[in-house]
Design a protein around this ligand. Structure first.
Ligand SMILES: Cc1cc2nc3c(=O)[nH]c(=O)nc-3n(C[C@H](O)[C@H](O)[C@H](O)COP(=O)(O)OP(=O)(O)OC[C@H]3O[C@@H](n4cnc5c(N)ncnc54)[C@H](O)[C@@H]3O)c2cc1C
Length: 384
């Protein structure tokens, strides 16, 4: 029976729930909003399948060492502008869709939850583009992928490494010849409850309705990590627009298992690994144009073939792992030193409170922070 006591040992991927033949596992939110399996002892037959399918351990399915590390940019600039980095997901999914296949990735639902979803057309695929820095819900997805593969369709599945490893573990080896997987180098994930509460906080503070969110707005350049929200009525400045992202990126609100992630290394579970090629302006300045470059790790024969099929559609340059290494490819990120206090505040007062207390929520606070940073930079003092 899958052990649900140690939170850091569960990544919330839902593979155990999907695999349970007795329907004995349901996912329940804890006090912070993260999903964990709950087992009905009356239904459980102790078959052990939930344990077997759990891929959040050192023995997760992966093919071996990274074969190639590449800097890649879609030649079509519009593709890159509408993607997080170099537009790799769009190009890979185009290939699969052209062959009548199905593509899986993460999209916003109507209530702003982030959910994994299936697309069969380029129009449906649009919603799956771009990173959403929230744990996407995999409910129903494992079985859907299995059905597609059993029907002989090509499938591209993109997701965090825990989701890719979970899918591979759920499927086993059977009927997987037409499955191409792409895992993301992953900073970690907060949860849907916190994300939705943060959207509501922005709406309340600015008296508007959020109609679109872009976690990777490139209008000021790709090197600027900037979130933008579109609202009704339209507003030029939104209090709290960057707050959720700041809590995420500074490791205040990540899932406990993310700080113990077994995939934060270069033993990758996907045929391909997709990431932002951070630092390219230093390591390959001639390749960087500040519109976005993907780092692609090729991890299997299938991955090699998928990249060959993109010849002509991309600009590509080989690199070595040491020139593209980032923290999340070496070890899991640490918890923020204020994380415990943040969680205590969240449980007591809610999301808006921690957004206001731990981030620059208002225009004045943000401006003051930017001026202080600038002065410290000019004076050569350390910038916090
Ligand atoms: C939670 C998260 C953390 C990340 N952390 C890092 C990092 O630390 N370093 C780094 O280099 N890159 C990170 N990335 C990856 C990076 O942001 C880009 O996704 C990657 O460079 C691919 O971009 P692209 O231009 O090829 O395609 P895009 O069109 O931007 O493709 C994004 C792909 O990610 C999938 N996706 C989006 N949101 C989620 C989600 N919440 N869960 C699962 N899949 C999702 C989409 O369906 C799509 O397949 C992270 C991505 C996510 C989702």
């Amino acid at each position: 029976m899958v052990d649900t006591k140690r939170k850091e040992d569960c990544c919330g991927c839902r593979a155990c729930e999907a695999a349970c033949p007795a329907g004995a596992i349901t996912m329940r939110e804890d006090e912070k909003g993260f999903l964990y399996p709950s087992i009905d002892p009356d239904l459980c037959t102790r078959c052990g399948l939930c344990d077997k399918v759990c891929a959040f351990c050192e023995a997760y399915p992966a093919d071996g060492a990274v074969r190639q590390a590449l800097a890649v940019k879609a030649r079509d600039e519009a593709v890159r502008r509408s993607s997080s980095s170099g537009g790799m997901f769009t190009l890979l999914s185009d290939q699969v869709l052209k062959q009548g296949g199905a593509v899986y990735g993460a999209a916003f639902a109507d209530d702003w939850s982030v959910v994994h979803r299936r697309a069969e057309t380029p129009e449906e695929r649009e919603a799956l583009k771009r990173s959403k820095y929230v744990q996407s819900d995999m409910e129903g997805i494992y079985r859907q992928v299995r059905e597609d593969l059993r029907a002989g369709r090509e499938v591209l599945f993109a997701g965090t490494p825990c989701q890719v490893a979970a899918l591979r573990s759920f499927l086993g080896e059977k009927n997987t010849e037409k499955l191409l997987t792409a895992d993301l180098v992953c900073h970690g994930v907060p949860n849907n409850r916190m994300w939705k509460e943060s959207v509501a906080a922005v709406e309340r503070a600015n008296r508007c309705r959020v109609t679109a969110v872009n976690f990777r707005d490139k209008s000021l350049g790709w090197h600027q990590n900037r979130v933008s929200m579109t609202t009704v009525p339209a507003k030029k400045w939104l209090d709290g627009e960057q707050s959720y992202f700041n809590l995420f990126v500074r490791n205040y609100i990540l899932r406990p298992s993310c700080h113990h992630c077994v995939f934060a290394n270069v033993k990758r579970p996907g045929d391909l690994t997709l990431a932002d090629f951070w630092g390219i302006e230093r390591t390959m300045p001639e390749f960087d144009d500040n519109i976005g470059t993907s780092l692609v790790l090729v991890n299997s024969e299938k991955g090699t073939r998928a990249m060959e099929a993109l010849q002509g559609l991309v600009e590509m340059k080989q690199t070595d792992l040491s020139s593209c290494m980032q923290g999340q490819m070496q070890k899991p990120g640490p918890t923020n030193s204020l994380s415990e206090a943040t969680w205590a505040d969240y449980e007591k007062h809610g999301m808006e409170y921690i957004m206001r207390k731990y981030t620059n929520f208002t225009r004045f606070k943000l401006l003051r922070y930017k001026v202080k940073r600038r002065i410290r930079y000019i004076l050569g003092l350390p910038i916090s």
